[in-house]
Design a protein around this ligand. Structure first.
Ligand code: SF4
Length: 56
């Protein structure tokens, strides 16, 4: 299980600093979560202004 970022992402970068394991990086037009690193804490989902992050 991992959290995922949908196309609602506006690439603001707010979530990046919230991730305790550094699993979020900038992708092509939106941010992406490395499923192998994500520990499913939900910290990123709580701060996303567009609600683009959810549990897979
Ligand atoms: Fe990082 Fe937690 Fe979001 Fe997973 S759920 S990407 S570990 S902040």
């Amino acid at each position: 299980m991992a959290h995922v970022i949908s196309d609602e992402c506006v690439a603001c970068g707010t979530c990046v600093d919230e991730c305790p394991v550094g699993a979020i990086s900038e992708g092509d037009g939106k941010y992406e979560i490395n499923a192998d690193e994500c520990v499913d804490c939900g910290s990123c989902a709580a701060v996303c202004p567009t609600g683009a992050i959810s549990a897979e």
